[in-house]
Design a protein around this ligand. Structure first.
Ligand code: BG6
Length: 479
């Protein structure tokens, strides 16, 4: 038994969302098209061909949503800005109506004592930049992303204290260029690491600008981190786990924090003809301390367990299943590197994601030990089927149990010595789960719509809403 340290007084209890998943209004008030506006129209890409044209209509109902946030007692709300709403062509002409929407949202949050945490990029790249030069694969993205970020700093920097540059670069790059689950739906490992390098440079360049201009507050990327376990104490499996950790985590985190690629991963990529081309100027930018984050954003959902994978005939990548049904765990991996395995200690969500609160503590401890950066937990939550009862109640005890265990894990990590700034759960309201439609719900607030029927988009607080309200009120003392 040990006494747990309390949550810091100014701990940012919050919730999160992303523009495409909630806003709707996809072609209103001068907004340009994003790559997701196009991608969802390709048959077979999303569950029941669902799109975010209307989403949960947050664009028109943000006041109602912010009032609910205030009722829950949120201290912070993380949301993303839609790049094509601000710059319909990705660059050049500014759409003032788009900026005005986010101005109203930010002011509304502040008026309710909720700190706005702004994600600059949550996957909705302007289609115009994809068409013009191939989006993330071109060096031109660095300048355009930096200018876009600079515009947001200029307009909102007086009121925003925490900025997230790129949401889950590891996900949008690998899903976009390796497994084709996201736009631009490419399957090419060489192009994956090249586009990833451009994203690293864009991220570094925007952070450097923020620091050079001396804006208040802090900035950092959000990383989707799934710590890896070896299936057992077989040393060969330990090597496999280390391989996975370096390839799936260090490859991004080392670059963010230290501005250099991990040597073992680069050796592997070079041996396989997959290494990105890195110029001397690129190295200088990445290594510049001004280009390094003030905090690490952590999106945590689950851990991964691995074993060895034979080089000849080994298991390769598998794609996400968008059939909408509970999937069956399928092994995936890289021949000669690692292969995923079922962990006998885990239970799974309705979508076969491992439920592992201790994994969050592990992720927090690793980031602290390796990089010594404060951590802002920018996402964590449970995607599940919820049922709206006839009396308007949503009994989501399973979500409460999930979140409770994760809050406990954060407190354990804080007690271990990790600096955690805040916790913005995924998500505040239900929203569009990119490829899984509206049936995979994450929110504290149920939204009455499904894939085929928007209904009235009525909001209903779930049981977890009232649970979180108590947690926040007691600053994590009562979970
Ligand atoms: C993260 C994303 O990858 O996980 C969110 O940043 C996303 O945008 C969340 O919704 C949950 O993933 P999914 O596929 O269950 O919606």
């Amino acid at each position: 038994y040990r006494k747990l340290a309390p949550f810091p007084k100014n701990f940012l209890w919050g919730s999160a969302s992303a523009a495409y998943q909630i806003e709707g209004a996809y072609q209103e008030d001068g907004k340009g098209r994003s790559v997701w506006d196009e991608f969802v129209r390709i048959p077979g890409k999303t569950f029941k061909a669902t799109n975010g044209d209307v989403a949960v209509d947050h664009y028109h109902r943000f006041e109602e949503d912010v009032a609910l946030m205030a009722k829950a007692g949120l201290k912070a709300y993380r949301f993303s800005i839609s790049w094509p709403r601000i710059l319909p062509n990705g660059k050049g002409a500014i759409n003032e109506a788009g900026l005005a929407f986010y101005n109203r949202l930010i002011n509304e949050l502040i008026a309710h004592d909720i700190e706005p945490i702004v994600t600059i990029y949550h996957w909705d790249l302007p289609q115009a930049l994809q068409d013009e030069y191939g989006g993330w694969e071109s060096r031109q993205i660095i300048e355009d992303f930096t200018n876009y970020a600079g515009l947001l700093f200029e307009r909102f920097g007086d009121r925003v204290q925490h900025w997230v540059t790129l949401n889950e670069q590891n996900v949008f790059i690998t899903h976009g260029y390796l497994t084709a689950e996201h736009p631009p739906a490419v399957t090419d490992a060489k192009r994956t690491y090249q586009a990833n390098h451009m994203a690293n440079l864009a991220n570094a360049s925007a952070i450097k600008l923020f620091h050079e201009k001396g804006y208040q507050g802090g900035i950092g990327p959000s990383f989707a981190y799934s710590p890896t376990y070896a299936l057992n104490a077989d040393p060969a499996n330990q090597i496999a786990a280390d391989n996975a950790e370096q390839l799936n985590a260090d490859l991004w985190l080392d670059v963010y924090a230290w501005g250099r690629y991990p040597k073992l991963v680069m050796t592997y990529l070079k041996q396989n003809g997959l290494a990105p081309e890195i110029t001397a100027a690129d190295r200088d930018l990445l290594a510049n301390p001004l280009a390094h984050p003030d905090f690490m954003g952590l999106n945590y959902y689950q851990t991964m367990t691995v074993t060895t994978n034979p080089l000849e005939g080994g298991v390769g990548l598998t794609k996400q299943n968008t059939s909408g049904k509970k999937g069956t765990s399928q092994a995936s991996g890289l021949p000669g590197v690692y292969k995923t395995a079922d962990n006998p200690f885990m239970q799974q969500t309705d979508w076969d994601w491992n439920i592992d609160p201790e994994g969050l503590r592990i992720a927090l401890r690793r980031i602290e030990s390796r990089y010594g950066l404060p951590v802002l937990i920018t996402e964590n939550g449970l995607g599940a089927y919820d049922t709206l009862a006839a009396d308007g109640q949503i009994n989501d005890d399973y979500r409460i149990a999930f979140l409770k265990a994760h809050v406990k894990a954060i407190q354990e990590a804080i007690t271990d010595g990790v600096t955690v700034i805040g916790y913005t759960t995924w998500s505040f309201t239900d929203l569009l789960s990119w490829t899984n439609g509206y049936q995979k719900r994450y929110g504290f607030v149920y939204i009455d719509r499904d894939e085929t029927d928007e209904k009235e988009l009525k909001r209903y607080p779930k049981d977890s809403f009232y649970w979180y309200q108590r947690v926040i009120k007691s600053n994590g003392e009562i979970i």
